[in-house]
Design a protein around this ligand. Sequence first.
Ligand code: FE
Ligand code: ZN
Ligand code: FE
Length: 185
Amino acid sequence: MPITTLDELFEHNLKDIYGAEQRLLESLDEMAGEATDREAKKMFQQHKKETQGQIKRLEKVFKTLGMKAEAQPCPGMEGLIKEKKSFSKEKPSEDILGFYNLHAAQKVERYEITAYEGLIEAAQHMGMDEAVDLLQQNLDEEERALDLLKQLASDYEVEQEEGEETGQEEDEEEKAPATSGGRKR
Ligand code: FE
Ligand code: ZN
Ligand code: FE
């Protein structure tokens, strides 16, 4: 169906984020399960609970439109989740996967933030105050989640393997005849 009005666009995007939030629940569980860092695990579990609340708020937004809540598959969220899953298949160490996930989750939050900003702008144009208020609550939670993830990532300690901390040792080894040509950085 052609989308030519702001309320049609709003409806489209609302179904999309409703699908995205539902899709994300499972992924947050997965990342909580993969986290070895206690604070990160707590964060993912906490954000899963928040996400369940966000889904409820979106259902209220549908209600303000006089509609039944309806999800649409969100290819954007699907892609972010797919990317994360394919990294897990590269057999990263627990440590590295934990660090990777903190950034994969930030990508998700940024995606959601932009989705909510777009919905809020459309709702404001249409004078839908109640919807604006509900969507703003979701946006605030996503922004807090992003800040927390940034903090967790910058505090994260990744174990470095011997010899990988500086390039120096490797350079010396590469000069030695025994390993010449044998090793790539
Ligand atoms: Fe969310
Ligand atoms: Zn989408
Ligand atoms: Fe989120």
